[in-house]
Design a binder for this molecule. Structure first.
Ligand SMILES: [Zn+2]
Length: 80
């Protein structure tokens, strides 16, 4: 697979509540997503985001933390 070499390096993962209906993006998961994991780079710019169910969100948090990324948990912040 061709990878662009200007791919921004994510340094932080922000966890939000998912405010819209979406299925968990983990492979084979049929559960409705309740959370969003957003990766941002050093400048705080959005890199990518994925919708996840609570279980897969925990897995992603553990994995990214192990890779040295900062985890910013914003689940408790009420949106709108
Ligand atoms: Zn899931």
């Amino acid at each position: 697979m061709l990878q662009p070499n200007f791919d921004p390096e994510p340094t932080e993962v922000r966890i939000y509540r998912c405010g819209y209906v979406s299925q968990c993006k983990a492979r084979g998961c049929q559960i409705r997503a309740a959370l969003i994991a957003e990766k941002v780079d050093t400048a705080g710019r959005h890199v990518r985001q994925i919708e996840l169910c609570p279980l897969h969100c925990e897995i992603v948090i553990e994995r990214e933390r192990a890779r040295g990324l900062e985890i910013c948990d914003r689940r408790e912040i009420r949106l709108r």
